[in-house]
Design a protein around this ligand. Structure first.
Ligand code: NAD
Length: 496
């Protein structure tokens, strides 16, 4: 049985802890390996490696850093199929979806390849007589990335290309459920010529996270996961003087207005509701049907949902399994409760015949109509293939519903009315908005992030906000002395 170890200072690192967690293939239920769970000493050893590598990497020229980034990009592009296979084997998502996530991560690497331009500062000559002012941004030091199970490659790649490009060193703590992708990426960095210690992988649970949150060497934390843990990481990390961006959970609504093309809207709902078995923070989990289109729209979505196949992601079905048996049972119990509370289960995934192992964590796509806002299936983040339909009479009711949600990650509207769409993107209290686009994940050169309980901190991921997050500004005011600059003046420096 293979053991997934840490990666520290450019090599595998076993650590001293004997604690491990099982690594499971969700399509078969078979345990395929185990992952090390760091104790405090192991975590400190990995953090020390990142700290030791920082001074030299900070002082490495942008030309040399960029060379490594371009090489990493080329290697990743050539070998991303290997990474996708690792993702499917541990997460369960279908191979094409796994490849898609790697490609979206690769876009951030490509953005980071332009770091020389992105880090350009400002300069003002003769701001005051014979005085020049220059501003630039410098790296922070060792930074930590703590990532969730649902995007083993893409979510870490939202952060580490920019953290590394800007001159920081990185400790990545992946989800213990999907640990191998991070190790594969670490080896790719080494092959690309990244100096030892610049990119490190620390496996573990709360013990490892707490050390990252408290160790003074760690200067910043990028966290992605559920809202309660995001809130904890933000509160603890900032109390310890660290810069923190903590992206949390979601409950994304899509509004369909009566004038929308209902066939296109139905396609979009199926794609956004059931892609990756609903285990996406940008999945649509609530459809808000406005006016008298609801019956027709639900029928169209149900027809499409019934055609979906569920199975082992390596065999090219539409949808794979859920991440664990416990999670599968939790999602199913939400559907049970919704049904008991009076919702209508139109398509029932609880009895799905999946094309995969008998012990896989199967739950088919489930469409639930007549959901009301007091039901737990509406209020809670389900994170599974359960698409709820809430019916309202007017646009204003729909808008109010979305804005009343404690989450604000993504949302979408389907309409052919430009005025309504414009009003929506102005009024909606959500960070990422799609107009006839169901999963509006921003490109790498824009920033990714939600509002309210979907993000704690004030920086979103990647784009220019990512550059700012991983750097701090410095302003240098310069005068080269000549004899005319002498004299005593205790007043506050004024410009003249
Ligand atoms: P999770 O919160 O359980 O775990 C996230 C990370 O925190 C993991 O690395 C995990 O090891 C660590 N962790 C877990 N419990 C901890 C604890 N008690 N103390 C300290 N650290 C702990 O999340 P998950 O189940 O892996 O991922 C799914 C969640 O992530 C969903 O809520 C989803 O919406 C969210 N997510 C959000 C975004 C976004 O961009 N907002 C993106 C992807 C996933």
């Amino acid at each position: 049985m293979r053991t997934v170890s840490h990666w520290s200072g450019g090599t595998f690192f076993a650590g001293t802890s004997t604690d491990t967690a099982p690594v499971t293939n969700p399509a078969t239920g078979i345990v395929t390996g185990s992952v090390a769970l760091a104790n405090v000493q192991d975590a400190r050893a990995v953090i020390d490696a990142a700290e030791s590598a920082f001074p030299a990497w900070r002082d490495t020229s942008l030309a040399k850093r960029t060379t490594v980034l371009f090489t990493f990009r080329e290697l990743l592009n050539a070998r991303k199929g290997e990474l996708a296979e690792i993702i499917t084997a541990e997460h369960g998502k279908v191979l094409s979806d796994a490849l898609g996530e790697v490609s979206r991560g690769q876009e951030v690497v490509e953005f980071a390849c332009g770091i020389a331009h992105l880090l350009k500062g400002g300069m003002t000559e003769n701001a005051s007589t014979n005085i020049d002012v220059a501003s630039f941004r410098q790296p922070l030091g060792p930074v930590a990335i703590i990532s969730p199970f649902n995007f083993p490659a893409m979510v870490p790649m939202w952060f580490f290309p920019l953290a590394i490009a800007t001159g920081n060193t990185v400790v990545l703590k992946p989800s213990e459920k999907v640990p191998t992708a991070a190790l594969w990426i670490a080896q790719l960095w080494a092959e690309a010529g990244l100096p030892a210690g610049v990119f490190n992988v620390l496996h573990g649970d709360k013990t490892a996270v707490d050390e990252l949150l408290s160790n003074p060497a760690i200067k910043a934390i990028s966290f992605v996961g559920s809202t309660p843990i995001a809130r904890y990481v933000y509160t603890t990390g900032t109390a310890n003087g660290k810069r923190v961006q903590a992206l949390g959970g979601a409950k994304n609504h899509a509004i369909v207005l009566p004038d929308a093309d209902l066939n296109l809207a139905a396609d979009a709902m199926v794609n956004a509701g059931f892609g990756s078995a609903g285990e996406r923070c940008m999945a649509i989990s609530v459809l808000v049907a406005v006016g008298d289109i609801a019956d027709t729209l639900v029928t169209k979505i149900a027809e499409r949902t019934r055609t979906l196949t569920t199975g082992d992601g390596t065999t090219n079905p539409d949808m794979g399994p859920l991440i664990t048996q416990a999670h599968r049972d939790k999602v199913a119990s939400y559907i049970d409760t919704g049904e008991k509370d009076g919702a209508t289960v139109v398509v029932d995934g609880r009895t799905v015949q999946a094309n995969g192992g008998p012990d896989g964590f199967w739950l088919g796509p489930t469409l639930i109509d007549h959901v009301s806002t007091d039901m737990s299936i509406y209020t809670d983040e389900i994170f599974g293939p359960a698409l709820c339909v809430v019916r309202v009479d007017t646009y204003d009711q729909a808008l109010h519903l979305v804005n009343a949600s404690p989450y604000g990650n993504g949302t979408a509207i389907f309409t052919n009315d430009g005025g309504a769409a414009r009003r929506f993107h102005n009024d909606i209290e959500v960070g990422m908005v799609g107009i006839n686009v169901p999963v509006p994940v921003p490109m790498a050169y824009y920033s990714f992030g939600g509002w309210k309980n979907s993000l704690f901190g004030d920086s979103h991921a990647h784009g220019t906000e990512g550059i700012h997050f991983f750097t701090r500004g410095k302003v240098v005011t310069t005068r080269w002395l000549d004899p005319s600059h002498g004299g005593i003046n205790l007043g506050f420096p004024e410009n003249n």
